[in-house]
Ligand binder design. Structure first.
Ligand SMILES: Cc1cc2nc3c(=O)[nH]c(=O)nc-3n(C[C@H](O)[C@H](O)[C@H](O)COP(=O)(O)OP(=O)(O)OC[C@H]3O[C@@H](n4cnc5c(N)ncnc54)[C@H](O)[C@@H]3O)c2cc1C
Ligand SMILES: Cc1cc2nc3c(=O)[nH]c(=O)nc-3n(C[C@H](O)[C@H](O)[C@H](O)COP(=O)(O)O)c2cc1C
Length: 763
């Protein structure tokens, strides 16, 4: 087999090596436009695991690489004049040039024809003599771009500017240094990669870059400026550029995120950065390139696979790993792009947020890396929450939380969940057992299902209500049980179904109209939820007055029933949400158009409820922070404004859900998928938020809280199958100060013992 490798970076060289090892008879010509010693960049970092893969693939080059790696464990974060140092992170670094030299020597020794200073053609016709053409020509691959429609190339140019410097200052820890300048924040990612050299990447947002005059500054002046900004870290050592051939402003790069739907076309295969890039802040680009190379060589030599089958297999086996890394890289990129959100954090929380930014590292990962440091974070978190010095570390989820005069014993919340089991709006024995069991399960705050303020405001005939005296009695019985038998606080969620009303109970089809007995529905505009649903009547002012009065009456009944808190449901496409989302609100009066107009009626409802609810008791509002319809709908940026507006009307907590506002929306699901919106609203809007949505592990909850991404964490479906979710989480974490119903103490003790024993055996 004859193979042409276009590009002699890590991907091209390592593929050639891996292929030759498996099939010494194949002929490989590698074309690299540069000389062997010319390269961009300085050092690269890997994890210990990547080196293990290299040694397993080629013990010869692997051993050399391993012997030359600089290894370090600590990460230092410098912010606001403080240094936060944590350990156990296990990185290794090597010079890019040295890595390439090792690979070049090994490739030459295995018989690869290395052709340096040869510009590779981007025309497949020029490679007709080869069985395979490997496009390993990096992120700017010309041949990929030539055939871009076959690869489905998607390029995103990110906003921040960065410069990849080297320096002789040897950083013993992986260092993140954040400095404020007169034009904005500038930061460095620095790490040692051999005995006397370090990588030093300087990054900033484009406004700061322009504000500092770097858009018109030559390289020597830019370097001098960066040396001044980071003088305290450089100990008088210079910053060195190896892009000196470029004019100053062009030496500053924007990261380009590249995704390709398909990695091969005919006999042309994309490898490494040509196929996909990962932001430098998670240091995985070279790892991906090397692991691609191993996999491609392996499938090409797998018996019984045709070339095309091998290429399909290559992508199938690599895709998930690449997607996962690109996901983490996106989170990390965005963290640095939205740095301003976190600058008001205390340094210890800022460092925690930085360390967990990609969401690959969680609370428990940090415990494994540096238990003492993590316990310091836990003590800090508990001290903040309790308002006094706490010496015992404890999981963040078990910190109390205060909203006005109400204090929850912990930060776990049973999210509102419609049970569709009421009769004429009256909750019955099902609800008594359901809420009673979940209250006894240890969550600090329990929400009712959406409880409707009128018969027409119900979603289904099975929805609970708060519009008749018998409803108050039924709820009072449940509330009394919760208060008498648990430490949980109880929040009444009030809502009106609007355009999604008059439908069947959930298990008979979501949002499907009733077979008989439908009632007329209303909304902001005459926009139906779907072609199968009723066209709603646009609300008149008289309708609005009636609905405001119904909400206010329900609040008074909630007070009578003994609830601790009220939430207004303004999410998920129901009545108030139909005003907020521009997709459903087509009004041309003062209730439609601008966000201010679209919020007018929901805010009026909220303010009227607030006035009817005692001032020492808290209120929250649930919003859909993203319509998942791009700029056509509510965006997370707009949700910050929505949160601020409700806070202005007296909301103490923004309960941040998303979606369900438009039938054709395209949500991006995943673990904790809505938490970024709670984070944005909390830290950009400086508001109190609750996160919800596919959060199911105690580790998720602790990570979200300690990183300051939300103040409370709600779990819905996990509580459907496990009412005791919080008690189980306490047992898992060996946390003993949780309120357990006395008759259940024995079970709790046994669970804690068994889990501890299992953990010991596993260790
Ligand atoms: C600032 C920065 C920091 C980074 N830090 C890290 C890190 O710490 N750890 C990490 O793992 N990764 C890091 N990366 C990413 C890493 O550099 C890349 O992911 C990795 O180099 C990809 O390898 P590759 O072989 O696919 O591409 P490249 O390394 O880009 O190699 C492509 C090669 O092809 C050659 N070439 C291009 N076009 C032609 C042509 N037409 N003819 C002939 N030759 C051609 C180029 O000269 C080059 O040598 C970083 C990247 C940046 C920008
Ligand atoms: C059966 C069921 C009923 C729900 N009913 C409501 C509701 O009445 N009010 C509400 O705001 N959200 C409701 N939700 C949404 C949940 O509160 C929560 O936001 C969503 O399920 C995502 O959280 P999870 O991944 O923890 O389940 C309901 C969810 C489920 C599964």
């Amino acid at each position: 087999m004859r193979i042409a490798c276009l590009g002699g970076g890590p991907a091209g060289l390592y593929f050639a090596i891996s292929m030759k090892l498996r099939d010494p008879a194949c002929e490989i010509d590698l074309y690299e436009r540069n000389r062997p010693d010319d390269t961009f960049g300085w050092g690269v970092v890997f994890s210990d695991q990547t080196v293990g893969n290299l040694i397993a693939n080629d013990p010869v080059s692997g051993a050399v690489i391993q012997s030359e790696f600089a290894h370090w464990d600590d990460i230092e974060v410098h912010i606001h004049g403080q240094t936060i140092r944590s350990s156990g992170h296990g990185f290794i670094g090597i010079g890019r040039k040295r890595l390439l030299n090792i690979l070049q020597q090994r490739a030459a020794a295995l018989g690869v024809n290395l052709r340096f200073e040869r510009e590779a053609s981007a025309d497949l016709a020029d490679w007709a003599g080869y069985d395979l053409v490997i496009a390993a020509d990096g992120a700017n691959s010309r041949i990929r771009d030539r055939y871009r429609e076959h690869f489905g190339v998607d390029v995103q140019t990110r906003r921040n500017k960065f410069f990849w410097f080297g320096t002789e200052k040897v950083f013993e820890a992986f260092t993140f240094a954040f400095e404020r300048t007169e034009a904005g924040w500038v930061w460095a990612h620095a790490y040692r990669f051999d005995d006397n050299l370090s990588t030093f990447i300087v990054e900033m947002d484009p406004e700061t870059w322009a504000g500092l005059g770097l858009d018109a500054m030559d390289q020597p002046a830019a370097i001098a400026l960066c040396e001044r900004i980071f003088a305290q870290y450089l100990d008088g050592r210079a910053l060195v550029s190896n892009a000196t051939h470029l004019p100053g402003p062009r030496a500053w790069l924007n990261f380009r995120r590249i995704v390709c739907a398909t990695w091969s076309f005919e006999n042309l295969i994309l490898l490494g950065d040509a196929a996909h890039t990962a932001h430098f802040s998670i240091g995985s680009g070279t790892k991906l390139a090397l692991e691609d190379a191993i996999k491609l060589a392996e499938v090409l030599n797998r018996p019984g696979l045709t070339r095309d089958a091998a290429l399909a297999e290559y992508q199938a086996e690599r895709n998930l790993e690449v997607l996962k890394l690109q996901n983490s890289a996106r989170n990390s990129t965005e963290w640095f792009e939205t740095l301003e959100r976190y600058l008001h954090f205390e340094p210890i929380q800022f460092a925690y947020s930085l360390l967990t930014r990609s969401q690959r590292v969680s609370h428990e990962n940090l415990r494994l890396r540096d238990k003492a440091w993590l316990e310091g974070v836990e003590r800090w978190f508990q001290s903040q929450a309790r308002g006094h010095e706490v010496n015992e570390p404890a999981p963040p989820m078990f910190a109390p939380f205060r909203l006005r005069a109400m204090e929850t014993v912990n930060r776990v919340v049973v999210s509102p969940m419609a049970m569709y089991s009421a009769r004429e709006g009256t909750p019955g024995d099902f609800h008594f057992v359901h809420y009673g069991a979940r209250a006894q399960g240890g969550a600090g705050l329990l929400y009712t299902e959406m409880t409707c303020v009128s018969p027409e405001g119900r979603i289904t005939p099975g929805c609970a209500g708060m519009y008749a005296p018998e409803h108050v009695e039924a709820w009072r019985r449940i509330v009394a049980f919760v208060h008498a038998n648990s430490a949980a606080k109880f929040c009444l969620q009030l809502g009106h179904s609007g355009p999604k009303g008059s439908t069947r109970v959930g298990w008979e089809g979501y949002d499907v109209p009733l077979e008989a007995g439908n009632w007329p529905v209303m909304a902001a505009s005459d926009v139906p939820w779907s072609a199968d649903n009723q066209v709603p009547r646009p609300m008149t002012r008289a309708d609005m007055d009636r609905v405001v009065a119904e909400f206010v009456a329900a609040v008074a009944m909630g007070l009578d029933a003994g609830f601790d808190m009220i939430e207004l449901h303004a999410a998920h496409g129901y009545l108030l949400s139909s005003f907020i989302t521009p997709l459903a609100n087509k009004r041309t009066d003062e209730y439609g158009g601008s966000l201010e107009n679209r919020l007018r009626f929901p805010l009026e409802v909220f303010a009227a409820m607030r006035a009817a609810w005692p001032s020492d008791k808290p209120m929250s509002v649930r919003i859909s922070a993203n319509d998942w319809m791009g700029e056509l709908g509510v965006t997370p940026d707009e949700a910050v404004e929505i949160g601020r507006a409700f806070a202005g009307a007296g909301a103490d907590l923004i309960d941040v859900s998303a979606g369900q506002t438009w039938a054709d929306c395209q949500p991006i699901y995943g673990r904790m998928f809505q938490t970024p919106f709670a984070d944005q609203i909390r830290n950009e809007g400086r508001l109190t938020t609750m996160a919800v949505g596919n959060i199911y592990e105690p580790d998720h909850v602790n990570s979200i809280l300690a990183a300051g991404r939300a103040d409370l964490v709600a779990l819905a479906r996990p509580h459907l199958i496990d009412p005791m979710w919080t008690l189980r989480a306490a047992a898992q974490q060996n946390y003993r100060h949780v309120a357990v119903p006395p008759p259940y103490l024995g079970g709790m003790a046994q669970l804690a013992r068994n889990l501890a024993r299992e953990a010991e055996l596993k260790a």
